[in-house]
Design a protein around this ligand. Sequence first.
Ligand SMILES: [Cu+2]
Length: 164
Amino acid sequence: MSSPIIQNRNALPFHFWVMMTTRIVTKNLRLRRITLKKAIAFALSCMLLLVLSACGGGKNDVSTASSGVSDTGVTPSEELIIKAKNFAFDKQEYHLKKGVPIKITLKNEDGIHGVLIPGLELNLDNNQKSQVVTPDKAGTFEISCSVMCGAGHSNMLAKVIVDE
Ligand SMILES: [Cu+2]
């Protein structure tokens, strides 16, 4: 009566060890698979980042070249420096000539500001301080600050007048 129970008891640890060993082995295999998966995912994300950064650079070039009034291919004969401080530009009016390429440069003298002239497709800040534009029509264009610079930000307004 008691012998089968004892045998059973003796057999249990063996089964237990077989089970444990299989578990450990499968666990290791799974871990290896996970590390391999992680390595592949890491490599793929690196490649994706490289591709994305390459595309980003290309896009930038295209947008600069395709904008209507800016013309990076020409050598500007003139340069206009727009100086900005807290909270004004150095002039109320800036004069440009129609059809004449000009390099417009932002100079931040006090605080961090930007120059936004939607009518000339121009947006300058400390990352891009200069841009060449060729105004193709006469008129008056609004200048505003494109960087949230503080209390007087909304007062930073001026005009570009493009003469015939
Ligand atoms: Cu501002």
